[in-house]
Ligand binder design. Structure first.
Ligand code: GTP
Ligand code: MG
Length: 312
C-alpha cells in the first residue's frame, strides 16, 4: 500500500488501535504471562470489537508462544504486538478481494445495498471515480426513490466524477430505475452501472423483498446481473454489522462488502470479526468523505494499522 494511503488508514484506525494497545499494555512490567494477564488481554480484545472467538483464539496463541523471558527481562511488547498483527492478518487474508477483479461483463452491474446512512451513495461516487481513472464509462442509477434528496446527492457525485445519472420519479418504483439504467447502459455501450439503493433496516422484510425484486428485474436483461451485490457497512456500529451482513446476504446473496467510516471509528476491530465469521470478501474500506477516500482492502496493512504498527 502506498505510504500516504497507509498513513491515512493508520490515523483513521488510531482510536481502534489504542484499544488494542490497551490489551498489550496489561503486560507492562511483566516477566511472564500469567493467566490473569492473559484474561485481561482477552477482555481488552473483545472490547476492541474483535469478537469473542477471535479474542480467545489470539489469546491462546499468545499463551502458546510462551513469551517467557530469559535474563529476567520484561516481556517485549513489540514482540507481542507483531504476533497479534500476524494473527489478525491470517484471519483477514481469505477476505481480501479487489472489487475490480471480477469485472467481466459489459455493461457490468454493481448493486449497492445497506442500512440507512451506511455510506452507499458516497461509496457509489468514490467507485465511479475509480472506474473513471481506469477509463471506464459509468452510469449511476438513483434507485433510492424513497428519500427526496437522494437523487440530488447522487447527481452531485455524478457531476463530480463525470458519470451520467439515471433517476425516476419521487416515490416511484426503484426496480424500474435500475432496469432503465441498465437498458440505457446497454444501448449506449457504457461499461459500468452502479445502482445506489435506499437505506433499509435489515429486519424489514418488505424492504428487503424490494431488493430481491430489483435483482430479478435486472436479470431479465442479463441472467448474471447484477454481477456484484455489495453491502456497504458503517464501520462505527460495531457488532450490529454482523446482523446486517447476515440479513442482506440471506436476502440477495452478497458477493462482497465495503466497510466505511473507518476514519475515526473506535470499532475497526469489527472488520476482523466479520472476516472470521463470514465467507464474504471485503473489497474496500472507506477512510473519509472525499472522492479519493476509498482504499482497497489489504490484510497486511489493515492488520498493522489496527494494532498501531507501521507498514513494513
Ligand atoms: N468519515 C466518513 N464519512 C463517510 C464515509 N462514507 C460516507 N460517509 C458520510 O456518511 C454520511 C452518509 O453517507 P451516504 O453516502 O449519504 O449514506 P447512504 O448509505 O447513501 O445513506 P442513505 O441513502 O440515507 O441510506 C455522509 O455524511 C457521508 O459523507 C467514510 O468513509 N468516512
Ligand atoms: Mg444514499
Amino acid at each position: 500500500m502506498a505510504l500516504n494511503w497507509f498513513k491515512k488508514l493508520k490515523s483513521g484506525l488510531s482510536k481502534s488501535a489504542s484499544k488494542v494497545e490497551g490489551a498489550i499494555a496489561s503486560i507492562t512490567g511483566k516477566k511472564t504471562l500469567d493467566q490473569e494477564t492473559l484474561d485481561d488481554i482477552e477482555e481488552q480484545l473483545i472490547l476492541a470489537d474483535l469478537g469473542i472467538d477471535v479474542a480467545s483464539r489470539i489469546t491462546k496463541k499468545i499463551k502458546d508462544q510462551k513469551f517467557e523471558l530469559k535474563d529476567n527481562k520484561e516481556i517485549n511488547k513489540l514482540d507481542v504486538t507483531n504476533m497479534l498483527a500476524s494473527e489478525i492478518e491470517k484471519i483477514l487474508i481469505p477476505s481480501e478481494k479487489n472489487l475490480y477483479d471480477d469485472i467481466v461483463s459489459s455493461p457490468h452491474v454493481l448493486f449497492l445495498v445497506g442500512v440507512n446512512g451506511s455510506g452507499k451513495t458516497t461509496t457509489a461516487g468514490k467507485i465511479a471515480e475509480q472506474f473513471r481513472l481506469q477509463n471506464k464509462s459509468v452510469i449511476l442509477a438513483a434507485s433510492d426513490t424513497f428519500r427526496a434528496a437522494a437523487v440530488e446527492q447522487l447527481k452531485t457525485w455524478g457531476a463530480r466524477v463525470g458519470a451520467e445519472v439515471i433517476f425516476g420519479i419521487d416515490g416511484g418504483d426503484s426496480a424500474a430505475v435500475a432496469y432503465k439504467a441498465f437498458q440505457i447502459a446497454k444501448d449506449k455501450g457504457v461499461d459500468i452501472v452502479i445502482i445506489d439503493t435506499a437505506g433499509r433496516l435489515q429486519n424489514k422484510k418488505d424492504l428487503m423483498e424490494e431488493l430481491t425484486k430489483t435483482c430479478r428485474v435486472l436479470s431479465k436483461l442479463d441472467v448474471n446481473a447484477p454481477h456484484q451485490k455489495v453491502v456497504v457497512l458503517d464501520g462505527t456500529v460495531g457488532q450490529n454489522a454482523h446482523s446486517q451482513l447476515k440479513n442482506f446476504d440471506e436476502a440477495i446473496g452478497l458477493t462482497g462488502t465495503i466497510i466505511t467510516k473507518l476514519d475515526g471509528s473506535a470499532k475497526g476491530g469489527v472488520v476482523v470479526s466479520l472476516a472470521e465469521k463470514f465467507n464474504i470478501p471485503i473489497h474496500a474500506v472507506g477512510v473519509g468523505e472525499g472522492v479519493d477516500d476509498l482504499q482497497s482492502f489489504e490484510a497486511s496493512s489493515f492488520s498493522k494499522a489496527l494494532v498501531g504498527l507501521d507498514d513494513k
